[in-house]
Design a protein around this ligand. Structure first.
Ligand code: HEC
Length: 146
């Protein structure tokens, strides 16, 4: 039987390889890479079978709609950001939101404090809870892949 430690080393290597491939589009800066690494460590701790972030899962998460229990209103990330991250979005009061895709909007995902602030706010507005490190990593991986 392969030892748990060896499996972990292989899993970590696979994750970094996958991440390297996915980051081929837009490269995160050092601060953002550190934030992604912390999401990765947390996701692996929560699930030892975790295989690395997936742009596909991030896309599904971004496009998912959910019924808000208190407001009885269908909400999703796309409510404000639209289904195309390359497009401008709109807040519920009609204020323009610049595109989410960093290939279009260079300021996206450059400041970990901003990223964390808006994850906190928007995840609770949509999901009535905070997003998990896995959801956050998948979401950013999807955005970087566009
Ligand atoms: C009610 C409207 C609204 C919804 C719904 C929404 N967002 Fe946002 N989002 C905003 C606004 C407003 C900003 C900040 C303005 C800006 O950065 O242009 C923002 C910014 C962000 C940022 C910061 C990106 C950066 O680095 O510049 C992240 C991350 C984010 N949103 C993730 C999400 C996720 C994930 C969801 C779905 C769970 C979501 N948002 C749903 C309105 C929304």
């Amino acid at each position: 039987m392969i030892k748990y430690g060896a499996v972990m080393v292989l899993a970590v290597a696979a994750v970094f390889f996958a991440a390297g491939v996915l980051y081929a589009g837009v490269q995160p800066n050092k601060e953002m890479q550190a934030l992604m690494d912390s999401y990765l460590a947390a996701a692996m701790k929560a699930d030892p079978g975790f295989k690395g972030f997936s742009a596909e899962e991030g896309k599904a998460f971004f496009n998912a709609k959910r019924m808000h229990s208190a407001n009885k209103e269908e909400r999703g990330c796309t409510t404000c950001h639209t289904t195309n991250p390359a497009n401008k979005g709109k807040t519920t009061v009609g204020k323009v939101i610049e595109p989410m895709a960093p290939s279009i909007n260079k300021e996206r995902f450059t400041d970990p404090a901003k990223v964390e602030k808006w994850f906190k706010r928007n995840c609770s507005w949509v999901l009535e809870r905070e997003c998990t490190p896995k959801e956050k990593g998948n979401y950013i991986t999807y955005m970087l892949s566009i």
